[in-house]
Design a protein around this ligand. Structure first.
Ligand code: PAF
Length: 293
């Protein structure tokens, strides 16, 4: 397949490098510097060089023939990417973001091609603008948001070295992951701890459980089932620093709006623990921004 990967963060670099072993891949980056670097020197995946054509997102209109777009940007950049794609793309689009805020927007969009959403369980760490480490070997799950092409895509994309799995229900797939992110991400970022410490320290664990209860109820999921799942994710990623902790430490914008903000927006009752972490993360980000000025 001819695949256009949009976004050259950790997941974009990993997906572009892995998919290029079986497909013709090009990568769209935010900056010209990164596009030139990758075009000249390739992507370094776990120390191995993979040669890939890269252009900037501003040149999206020059992409003529592609069979698939895969959007790997952070959640808060989806809107600006989508504004460009919606008037240009003539192929299915896969979205691989944390959170669910993009689904409300995409479901109401007038777009003639299928939209597929994914949940990434792969672990990846971007080392610099062209280098990425594959830190956790797992799967990418895909489900139809509109149209009916996820099954065919999974068949084309699946590779035992980079597996894709079909999920029938996009809301369950993304909701399950969102609940885990609504528990793990803000708490690890506020307490500045690795994921595993949320279970190791009983006081943190008590707050984690409250957040899980609120998120599960807001999204109409069973709390007991979700708490088992959240604990499994914490155990499986116990040595990891969550993406929100890394964003806060680097003074970057976080995805709290599409994670805790989504829980707040869909809650039928008060969600005081979620409110607390949501405003704490916003406050920490502003503090970081002031510090970096
Ligand atoms: O955002 C993250 O960091 C990850 O989705 C997760 C599952 C919380 C593991 O760190």
């Amino acid at each position: 397949m001819r695949i256009t990967v949009i976004g050259a963060g950790a997941i974009g670099l990993l997906a572009a490098a892995k998919l290029s072993s079986m497909h013709q891949v090009q990568l769209l980056t935010r900056t010209n510097v990164q596009a030139e670097l990758i075009s000249a020197k390739g992507i370094r995946l776990d120390g191995e060089t993979i040669h890939i054509k890269a252009i900037t997102l501003d040149d999206l209109y020059t992409v003529q023939s592609t069979d698939l777009y895969i959007v790997c940007t952070k959640q808060y950049d989806v809107k600006s990417v989508w504004d460009k794609l919606v008037s240009h793309a003539a192929a299915p689009v896969v979205f691989l973001q944390n959170g669910m805020a993009h689904t409300d927007m995409l479901r109401s969009a007038a777009f003639d091609y299928p939209i597929i959403v994914g949940s990434v369980e792969q672990g990846a760490l971007r080392v610099d603008q062209q280098s990425v480490l594959h830190t956790g070997k797992a799967v990418i799950r895909l489900a139809n948001l509109t149209g009916n092409s996820a099954e065919m895509l999974v068949k084309h994309l699946h590779d035992p070295n980079f597996p894709f799995l079909l999920e029938k229900n996009w809301h369950r797939m993304l909701g399950k992951k969102l609940i885990a992110n609504a528990v793990i991400n803000p708490l690890t970022a506020i307490y500045r701890v690795k994921n595993g410490e949320l279970l190791e320290r009983p006081a943190f664990c008590a707050i984690a459980q409250k957040l899980c209860e609120e998120a599960a109820e807001a999204l109409d999921f069973d709390f007991a089932e979700q708490w088992v799942y959240v604990r499994q994710i914490i155990m499986a990623t116990k040595g990891n620093r969550s993406s929100m902790l890394k964003d806060i430490e680097a003074g970057r914008k976080t995805e709290v709006e599409s994670i805790s903000g989504y829980v707040q927006k869909h809650a039928k009752r008060a969600v005081p623990y979620t409110d607390f972490v949501y405003y704490s993360i916003l406050g920490l980000t502003r503090q970081q921004e002031r510090t970096s000025l």
